[in-house]
Design a protein around this ligand. Structure first.
Ligand code: PLP
Length: 454
């Protein structure tokens, strides 16, 4: 039997190869590492996320390799994929974590990441979250405003600790990516304006409750052109010069994340070596500790979403295909117009037929894209949506009261269900009937008992 040893890396590109086409024609099937996705589907059902641990390790190592002897700290952006097993895997490789909420802090800590390897980013931190992070003795807060700096100082005093703070700069650089994931332009809600940085930094340095450690930037996500990094880091360099000229202490720069991956089509992932080169040339000689915060680039291509075709409506030019995964499972297409490469789990020879793939959610935005290179699809076909390891499961919701899909981590020929499928009872557990509109002779318990029995 022909086997596609699809390991999650470069999935879209591999699907273009004649070998892969040939495989589809011969009726081969897809694997993640050595695990047969057909068998996995029988066990966990669809939709389901499946991740290759080897692909994650390789992606992490490729960052280390790109920087070589020039040491850099890697803090994985937890929001890209916050599954505890993936955080543990990355922690075991030496990764720190970039978090944006108290919930993500709890995840990082419970995955065994020490506080001193955790950076707290995020544009709206609550007092409770700041206290939680102070108690965890985190590496640094990336501060987004003067008000936040004051709040952190007050809470640090309350805790009798000195808070390590870095100022997140808005460098006014266009990351040349989708508007909804661009974060470094003037007018974006993120960061402190260039002209305010030196003054705020001096305020922090004069405040005994604060330990100003450096500057941070993060200009956006799914960035495929490297020139915005060159501009942003050059501006950061200029600011470092300004702070030093004013006699202010600085020891760290946090360079953010945002490196793009390939989702098929024409865009290709930027070279990590070229990125590392920009880092070294712009800020490498300043004698500062450097941190990067990649998320997507570490987990994106390591994951697939497996789904089943529910219905096909035959159209004149293209079929309308409804699958059992929706925008609640994978929001990127609805949010950003993103298109994920799709292939049949079990290849089928024959003609191609254009189709438009939709999810089952009651929104026209629940649309995955137009596909030209799939055979005519049928009810019960299983499809694999590639490059779904980042901002997939972590963005999922219960919209339409659809349960969160399971997540499976694969290593060689082993797999582990690292999040089980949510049950209907799980979804209803937080809610309670006000009791004001009880139907006669029926109480809440009776009405739900048939559905939520575990
Ligand atoms: C989202 C985010 C990242 C990670 O972005 P990717 O595009 O996944 O690499 C890094 N840093 C901050 C502050 C973020 O908000």
């Amino acid at each position: 039997m022909t086997i596609a040893n699809f390991d999650g890396i470069d999935a879209p590109k591999r699907l273009q190869t004649p070998e892969e086409k040939n495989l589809a024609e011969k009726g081969g099937f897809l694997q993640v590492e050595d695990v047969d996705l057909r068998e996995l589907c029988e066990l966990v059902g669809t939709p389901a996320y499946v991740y290759s641990s080897t692909a994650i390790v390789d992606a992490y190592r490729s960052f280390e390799d790109a920087f070589g002897r020039n040491r850099i700290a890697i803090c994985f952006a937890v929001k890209a994929n916050s599954n505890l097993s993936i955080l543990s895997l990355l922690r075991s490789l030496g990764s720190g974590m970039d978090i944006v909420s108290g919930g993500e802090l709890a995840r990082a800590l419970s995955a065994g990441v020490p506080g001193e390897r955790i950076v707290f980013s995020g544009v709206g931190k609550t007092a409770a979250e700041i206290r939680q992070a102070l108690d965890a003795r985190i590496h640094q807060f990336n501060v987004e405003s003067a008000a936040e700096l004051q709040l952190i100082a007050a809470l640090a005093a309350e805790r009798k600790v000195r808070a390590p703070v870095s100022l997140r700069v808005n460098p006014d650089v266009d990351a040349l990516t989708h508007a909804k994931i661009s974060t470094g332009r003037k007018g974006d809600k993120f960061g402190i304006a260039m002209e305010d940085v030196a003054r705020l930094y001096a305020d922090a340095a004069a405040d005994a409750r604060l330990d100003p450690v450096g500057l941070a930037v993060h200009i956006g996500s799914q960035i495929t052109e490297l020139s915005p990094y060159q501009s942003a880091y050059s501006r950061l360099r200029g600011l470092v010069g300004e702070l030093r000229a004013a006699g202010l202490p600085i020891r760290r720069l946090d360079l953010g994340g945002g490196l793009g991956i390939s989702y098929g089509g024409n865009t290709s992932a930027p070279s990590l070596a070229a990125y590392a080169d920009i880092v070294c040339r712009t800020v490498g000689d300043l004698g500062l500790e450097l941190t990067i915060e990649p998320g997507r680039r570490i987990v994106g291509e390591a994951g697939v979403l497996v789904t089943e075709v529910l219905t096909v409506k035959h159209g004149e030019d293209a079929d309308i295909v409804i699958i059992d995964a929706g925008m609640n499972d994978l929001a990127r297409p609805a949010l950003y117009g993103a298109v994920h490469p799709v292939s049949l789990l079990v290849g089928r020879p024959g003609l191609k037929r254009p189709c438009r793939i939709f999810g089952p959610v009651c929104e026209s935005a629940d649309f995955f894209g137009c596909y030209a290179d799939l055979p005519p699809l049928m009810q019960g076909d299983r499809l694999v949506l590639h490059a779904a390891g980042a901002y997939g499961a972590s963005m999922a919701s219960n919209y339409n009261t659809r349960p969160l899909a399971p997540e499976v981590l694969v290593k060689g020929d082993s797999y582990a269900v690292v999040r089980r499928r949510q049950s209907i009872a799980d979804m209803l557990v937080l809610e309670k009937d006000a009791g004001w509109f009880a139907a006669s002779g029926r109480r809440k318990g009776d009405a739900l008992s048939g559905i939520v029995s575990r």
